[in-house]
Unconditional design. Structure first.
Length: 106
């Protein structure tokens, strides 16, 4: 099942990746492979990401202006130690061998 475009989704972290939740229903679990992008994202200290689902991507959104986010339990999401709380647009890659959160810089 795929989330509806522009619907509010929540990504809950787990040891295997992210579970995508829409209206309290798990749409995709951490074992699924997906590469999605979203807008108006809020990045919480506990690792949860909330935002508006825009669709799937094959990586063609990612270019030299994009930066990979790091997660630290003490800081939260950050870029080189600088805390990031919101993003206008970001992509989440959840493949078996690669799990990444990428902020898309305008």
């Amino acid at each position: 099942m795929t989330p509806r475009r522009n619907s509010l989704i929540t990504l809950h972290p787990s040891k295997k990746g992210f579970n995508i939740v829409e209206k309290n229903e798990v749409i995709k679990n951490a074992y699924d492979d997906y590469f999605i992008y979203m807008k108006n994202a809020n990045l919480r200290n506990d690792g949860v990401i909330e935002g508006r689902y825009l669709g799937t991507t094959q990586g063609n959104l990612i270019d030299d202006y994009c930066v990979e986010l790091n997660y630290d339990r003490n800081i939260g999401y950050n870029i080189e130690g600088v805390r990031i709380r919101t993003a206008k647009m970001l992509a989440v890659k959840n493949y078996e061998n690669e799990k990444r959160v990428i902020i898309i810089i305008e």
